[in-house]
Design a protein around this ligand. Structure first.
Ligand code: NAD
Length: 249
């Protein structure tokens, strides 16, 4: 069983450490993850409510699911785990942050340029004319509409910047994620079940090139046997202990 001191040692010796986060880094902010017991997928079928097909076919149904979710995500505050990752970046101990999360909490905790491979709620967009608006503007338009569906000036329904099932992942973000994984001598995974491709392939890339893997996740992942450091505690507490070991707390 590894300790936070082991993680600190690994990061101290790294030349290009990359952090990869998932929904578990935000549960301590009150945002449920997908696959823990009681998580979002036990109550909704994501292929139904979070799909491009539903957005196109029945925007009112789509927005009935998304609006409370966007409101919940907007109210959440960054937690100690987000702040610890930002601190590791500030200290030069972590070179890049890749996240599957859409909640903006890494940015709000001070991470300068998280690579958001599944998009973010920080904007609204039109799939027809490619117009972009801020999140505040998107919500204002939803509030103004009788059916709760925000509309673009071109008349088409708008969506948030979150990538839907059936949509392509943003190519710049995916390219940047692969680029960092290829250069990483250490990858630290925090709060991800590593079940969603293509992000789930990134640790394999690091291992194949002789890099080391650290996993901080309560639940199991497919890479547990290959991890050099494996921590199973709460992200906030484990990262606080890691910063302390590094002498930067
Ligand atoms: P996941 O739900 O598949 O896995 C989360 C993992 O985090 C679980 O294995 C769980 O054991 C672990 N975990 C939960 N709380 C933790 C804590 N406090 N400390 C340490 N580990 C903890 O999430 P995923 O791998 O990110 O994949 C799910 C998809 O859901 C992603 O595509 C993501 O975009 C999306 N999602 C995002 C948010 C968000 O933005 N906050 C929330 C839910 C889902």
């Amino acid at each position: 069983m590894s300790t936070a001191a082991d993680l600190a040692d690994l990061l101290r010796g790294a030349e290009h450490a990359v952090v990869l986060t998932g929904a578990g880094v935000s549960t301590e902010s009150g945002i449920p993850d997908f696959r823990s017991p009681g998580g979002t997928w036990e109550r909704y079928d994501p292929l139904e409510v979070a799909s491009l097909a539903t957005f196109l076919r029945d925007p009112a149904l789509f927005w009935r699911f998304h609006r409370p979710r966007i409101d919940m995500l907007s109210r959440a505050e960054p937690n100690g785990a987000h702040r610890a990752v930002a601190e590791l970046e500030r200290r030069g101990l972590v070179a890049a942050l890749i996240t599957q999360n859409i909640d903006r909490l890494h940015r709000r905790a001070g991470s300068p340029a998280p690579i958001e491979v599944h998009g973010s709620i920080d904007r609204g967009e039109c799939l027809r004319c490619e117009a972009r608006v801020s999140l505040d503007e998107l919500i204002a338009r939803a509030d103004a509409a009788e059916d709760g569906v925000p509309r673009c000036a071109c008349g088409f329904q708008m969506k948030s910047g979150v990538v839907l099932f059936g949509e392509q992942l943003p190519p710049e973000a995916i390219d940047a994620a692969y680029d960092h994984a290829e250069r990483a001598d250490v990858m630290l995974v925090i709060g991800s079940s590593l079940a969603v491709a293509p992000v789930s392939q990134l640790p394999a890339l690091v291992l194949r090139r002789g890099g080391r893997l650290a996993i901080l996740n309560i639940g199991d992942t497919p890479y547990d046997d290959e991890a050099h450091v494996r921590l199973r505690g709460q992200a906030g507490a484990e990262l606080a202990a890691t910063l302390e070991s590094l002498g930067v707390a």
